[in-house]
Ligand binder design. Structure first.
Ligand SMILES: [Cu+2]
Length: 133
């Protein structure tokens, strides 16, 4: 007596879920197509830190996405700067314990150095957009 309507509703269920999956697939392809042509999606908050220690930037090469805020911290006893080779940014002098932040708003490869010790060099690569989650 318990299995009376099992087959019938099972049939409808299968049919409905096929329809539903079909719709989902169609919506997904629309979304994917729209994603390619639409403006960049909202970016996730992103932060990174570069330490300056022993006359070196750590890490010497850093990759972030557009919109990332990078904090530079001088852990040395000497003053240092964070200065873009193309002068697009410049922390000016950072004393011991000094910090400076920069938000990277344009993709590209940014080489920077210390104006007080020009042999100190490092790079930040800014990628176009954070991947969708
Ligand atoms: Cu320096």
């Amino acid at each position: 007596m318990a299995h009376q309507s099992g087959d019938a509703s099972g049939g409808i269920c299968t049919h409905m879920s096929r329809l539903f999956l079909g719709l989902q697939g169609a919506l997904l392809s629309v979304a994917l197509t729209a994603g390619v042509s639409a403006a960049a999606p909202p970016l996730l908050p992103s932060v990174a830190t570069v330490h300056i220690k022993d006359f070196k930037y750590h890490p010497p090469a850093l990759t972030v996405h557009v919109g990332a805020r990078v904090t530079f911290i001088n852990d040395d006893d000497e003053a240092h700067t964070v200065t873009a080779t193309d002068k697009s940014f410049d922390s000016e002098g950072l004393d011991t314990g000094g910090t400076w932040q920069h938000v990277f708003t344009k993709p590209g490869t940014y080489n920077y150095f210390c104006e007080l010790h020009p042999y100190m060099k490092a790079t930040i690569v800014v990628l176009p957009a954070a991947p969708a989650q």
